[in-house]
Design a protein around this ligand. Sequence first.
Ligand code: SF4
Length: 359
Amino acid sequence: MNVPRPAISDVSDAELTAWLAAHGEPAYRRKQIRRHATHTCAAGWSELTDLPNGLRDALASSFRWSSVEPVIEQASADGETRKVLLQLHDGHRIETVLMPHHGARNSVCLSTQAGCPMACAFCATGEMGLIRNLMPGEIVDQVRHWQRELAARGERVSHVVYMGMGEPFNNYDATIASARELVAANGFGISPRRLTISTCGVVPKIDALAGEGLPINLAVSLHAADDRTRGAIMPINRKWGIDEVLAASARYVARTKRRVTFEYVLLAGVNDSADAARELANRIARAGRPGDYHVNLIPVNAGPGGFKRPPIETMERFAEILSERGIAATVRISKGQDIAAGCGQLKVDERAGATLAKV
Ligand code: SF4
């Protein structure tokens, strides 16, 4: 198999410094190169015109400028959300989403795996199964893709959520390495408080993240208030049930002094009753202090399983019941559903080489 040149995003500072020394280049070039990679709209080595020609050529023959190549980009009718299909060096494909918000923020939703093995019943990515884990550079380069576009109009990626294709904690080391690069002052410099990693409840890795010393946000997908319902829509519940996930979340709060967000996709007639809301509130309160948590209620998007959204009054009542018990709750409608860019909708059609628009 042909081993490709490493992408510059997979080359450490120490490796780049050593490479520069071996090529008779001054060490300060490293900062110049990193600056272009993370802050400018340069689309390739040839555009780094403040570097000598010979250096640019040598860099191009040693390193790929990016580990992801855009294939198809789609824009939502909402005028803001965009999704891109990216090709990796081995031909596999992933998707990533840019969600600008009225000029105030530019959030990127990242993928950490091509496909996902977790098989959540409402999720298009879960239907694909796992193809492979992404390298740290392949995760970071999704941000670079959007950063280059934003830099062209003087904007920056401000927020990052690890909520795209894949379970981040099944690719833990690469996920953490990419997060460190995104928040590094000499990297992208994104505030750690604007970076959120979302897990479907891989308990040992929730504990591991608590020990990383990374002041980022953790979101944990619950999606049900009882184990029978959660087990039916999330196979991971057979391994770690709700109480274990809540206990790990409480340990995370205790160790990091940071709030945890619980994600809860609302499926009509499945997990949206007032009794489910009360049960959810009771279980959260038994595991920890209600004020330490926030619940994001997400009306299900069109996708596998044929699930339907509850009426708005049902969703609001669910949120009210949680709020009455001291648990902050928000109904959050994801954007970009017309281009299948909403929560649970990311999927790649490998045969056609196009995204499936499941609206
Ligand atoms: S919801 Fe997340 S963890 Fe579940 S199948 Fe989809 S991508 Fe995987």
